[in-house]
Design a protein around this ligand. Structure first.
Ligand code: PLP
Length: 357
């Protein structure tokens, strides 16, 4: 199997896996303590959690705190539901469903349209009663990299908080400053089942999960030291390897563009995370392509929309017709893809696509 779905999830880094094993614990080991217990086992687990918190915090700008959550989706819900500010939540049209659906569920969504590349125009008006602005740093479907610094300023000028979904950016690009930032371990070679919400100093929220008062009272529930340790190790590694990973991806992108030269590119060419190649071919039957290329893992639209039968809201928002959106595929590559495997996958996909005529 050639794995080309790095925006859906990334393989667990061996370094992160190694670090996790110590804290999975068994009856013979001493790694199973509850990090909230006062005895020696508990204190050792708590120290592992705090070491991981420091490593994850290094992803973010200075001047804030990290709250561990079960996923980025949970972190987004905590940020949006937990804010004390009332008023509109202005969200870009290409946000992840975790942001869009939560803003809609709260009945406070104001959608900011995007242009044909996926960018929110810099002078797009914000509602006068804006409480929060959400413009994601890197889009998960088309890789568009927004001007987060600009949107943080616009939000502040409107008296709103800026929530940045940095799930696809963290560990790959410097995470842009914001009032609240969301990341997920499994998108940066860490384990699934853990995310984080970073809160700038002074940002206060109301808890959405009550109980034992863990995570400063904001997210009750016993933390998993193994998941925290894996997240911390993955974050540390991603920062140490950021330039090396980016150079590898730049080479893969250049090759992939040449290998798929006769496909149309969806989204921007330059202001883009180049580990994402979203392309289309008119009339392509993507379900058939996927079935013909069973040994290659790639995605039709976003992983979340896949299988729903609905065309991607991101591709629709950049102006593609339903038919164009449905004839699009997303290839995502990263640290562990070799040039040879990318070339083999491209040959198989191109072959299967040309057999469709
Ligand atoms: N935001 C973006 C941009 C994503 O790509 C994803 C996952 O696909 C999420 C949020 C949700 O992350 P999680 O799987 O940790 O809930």
């Amino acid at each position: 199997m050639i794995y080309l779905d790095y925006q859906a999830t990334t393989p667990l880094a061996p370094e992160a896996r190694e670090e996790m094993l110590r804290w999975l614990g068994g009856p013979e080991g001493d790694g199973f303590g509850n990090p909230h217990s006062a005895h020696r086992l508990g204190r050792a687990a708590a120290a592992a959690v705090e070491r991981a918190r420091d490593r994850v915090a290094a992803l973010f700008p200075a001047g804030g705190r990290v709250i561990f959550t079960g996923s980025a989706t949970e972190a987004i819900n905590l940020a949006m539901r937990g804010t004390r500010r009332k008023g509109a939540i202005a969200v870009s049209a290409i946000e992840h469903a975790a942001v869009l659906d939560t803003a809609q569920a709260l009945g406070r969504a104001h959608i900011l349209p995007v242009d044909a590349q996926g960018f929110v125009q810099s002078d797009t008006p914000l509602p006068s009663d804006s409480a929060m602005v959400c413009v994601m740093q890197v889009n998960n479907e088309i890789g568009a990299v927004q001007d987060s610094v600009h949107w943080a300023k616009r939000a502040r000028a409107a008296g709103a908080l800026f929530l940045s979904d940095a799930v696809q950016a963290a560990g790959k690009l410097p995470v842009a400053p914001a009032d609240m930032i969301v990341v997920s371990a499994h998108k940066l070679y860490g384990p699934k089942g853990i995310g984080a919400l970073w809160l700038a100093d002074g940002v206060e929220l109301d808890a959405q999960i009550t109980g034992g008062g863990q995570e400063g009272g904001l997210r009750s529930g016993t933390l998993s030291p193994a998941l925290c340790a894996g997240f911390g190790a993955a974050a540390k590694l991603a920062l140490a390897r950021q330039a090396e990973d980016a150079a590898h991806i730049a080479k893969l992108w250049a090759r992939a563009r040449a290998l798929f030269a006769d496909w149309q590119l969806n989204g921007p060419q330059d202001a883009r995370w180049h580990g994402n190649l979203n392309i289309r071919r008119d009339g392509l039957d993507v379900a058939r392509l996927m079935s013909d290329c069973r040994d290659i893992a790639f995605s039709a639209g976003s992983a979340c929309a896949s299988g729903s039968g609905r065309p991607s809201h991101v591709l629709r928002a950049i102006g593609l017709t339903d038919a164009q959106a449905k004839s699009s595929i997303r290839l995502g590559f990263g640290r562990y893809i070799t040039m040879e495997s990318l070339e083999a996958a491209a040959a198989a996909i191109n072959d299967a696509a040309s057999q469709q005529g």
